[in-house]
Ligand binder design. Structure first.
Ligand SMILES: Cc1ncc(COP(=O)(O)O)c(C=O)c1O
Length: 398
């Protein structure tokens, strides 16, 4: 057989998916491992998309999406994000993940590196490696609320760095970066001649902080912004995302990459996206209020039990330090599923900064979350007590 030589071989499997597959085999499992909104797509969006399909919207569009949708998205990013974009700067993609993969293909040559925040969303690394690029990281620390410092980012830039990826609101930490830092990151990228890739999938999900797009500080078209319908409109399964690039040569290359990668995004999903943009936005604020309530209930319960956790300012994830139970978050995630039927994502899958932590999704049903958090607390307290007992016994034996 031919040897497989693809750069994609360097990918390792996401620990979130591994836990998800185990959880799927456990019908009793409380599913907190994956970022999936509990509510379905609003029926007004579905009805409009299906009616459009029946009316004949069943054909290819341009490889980067229909003119109608691109124009509507340009209006949205000008109005809501302050980006000076026209329809020509917008590329509609098969979810944000496809936008990110296409971007890595377009900006990373062999040996070129993208810098990711640590902890990281594992799919960024997988996509960059599959595109033939290299991956570096810049630290974000729990004691600073997982907001990086400019010094740490600058110190992480190496001779082959070509792009800095920024994600605010952040998965997995829930950090929302302050506008001043975002401006400094764009200035740094300009000084060091780097791209900035801004993943803004969680743009509308903020609690106590304002979301600002780094592209508002862009003076020379080096910031590329990625957005998604998945979380904003509870449309994860429709696969709809888009990117905005105002650097014409890069946009032209991306148009070709889109043609090679997807031919065109699903037209049914494009019609659903139009309906989501044009209709009432009430479902968005209702969902965000639910995520905030979920965050508050989980943070309160963990604090009362004396467990350390992140206080997310945005997105819908919560990191919990479980090192009292075990140094290894993987071991905790596996035992928690086996013993308490609660599925969480092990911190190790996000990088070194969250080893010994686990990530909980706050996007699901409040009752299930409360139950899952109570079981997590019971598990950690039980494991902590068992560790103390075994230490005491060791001391007696000695
Ligand atoms: C940070 C981040 N970027 C991108 C994605 C992918 O989003 P999409 O469903 O639009 O592909 C996710 C999904 O969880 C995410 O958390």
């Amino acid at each position: 057989m031919p040897t497989i030589t693809s750069p994609a071989l360097r990918m390792s499997r996401s620990g979130i998916r591994a836990l998800m597959e185990l959880a799927l085999a456990d019908p009793q499992a409380i599913r907190l491992e994956v970022g999936e909104p509990a509510q379905n797509t609003p029926s007004s969006i579905m009805d409009a998309a299906f009616a459009d399909a029946r009316a004949g919207h069943t054909h290819y569009t341009s490889s980067v999406g229909s003119e109608e949708l691109r124009a509507e998205l340009a209006t949205k990013v000008r109005r809501d994000n302050g980006l000076p974009a026209t329809a020509d700067d917008v590329i509609v993609t098969h979810g944000a993940m496809s936008a990110l993969s296409m971007l890595f293909t377009a900006v990373l040559g062999p040996g070129d590196e993208v810098l990711l925040p640590d902890p990281e969303f594992p799919n960024w690394r997988m996509a960059a490696l599959a595109a033939g690029g290299e991956v570096g990281t810049y630290p974000t620390r729990a004691e600073h609320g997982f907001v990086p410092t400019l010094e740490d980012i600058e110190a992480s830039i190496g001779p082959s760095t070509r792009a800095i990826l920024v994600c605010s609101p952040n998965n997995p930490t829930g950090a929302v970066y302050p506008p001043g830092l975002l401006e400094e990151i764009v200035d740094l990228a300009r000084r060091r001649d780097l791209w900035v890739i801004s993943d803004e999938c969680y743009e509308v999900i903020t609690f106590d902080a304002e979301h600002v797009s780094p592209a508002v500080y862009d003076t020379d078209d080096r910031v590329i912004t990625v957005f998604s319908f998945s979380k904003t409109h509870s449309m994860t399964g429709w696969r709809m995302g888009y990117l905005v690039s105002t650097h014409a040569p890069l946009t032209e290359l991306l148009v070709q990459v889109a043609e090679a990668a997807v031919a065109c995004p699903s037209v049914l999903a494009q019609r659903a996206a139009l309906a989501a943009l044009r209709g009432s936005q009430e479902h968005v604020s209702t969902a965000v209020a639910g995520y905030r309530a979920n965050r508050d209930l989980a943070v309160r319960a963990l604090a009362e039990a004396g467990l350390r956790c992140s206080i997310p300012q945005g997105a819908f994830y919560l990191l919990v330090d479980v090192r009292d139970a075990h140094e290894d978050g993987n071991a905790v995630a596996l035992r928690l599923l086996a013993e308490e039927h609660v599925a969480v994502a092990p911190g190790e899958t996000f990088g070194t900064a969250t080893a010994g932590w686990v990530r909980l999704s706050l996007a699901g049903d409040a009752e299930a979350l409360a139950d899952g958090v109570a079981r997590l607390i019971r598990f950690v307290q039980g494991a902590r007590a068992a560790r103390h007992r075994s230490r005491e016994q060791d001391a007696l034996v000695r």
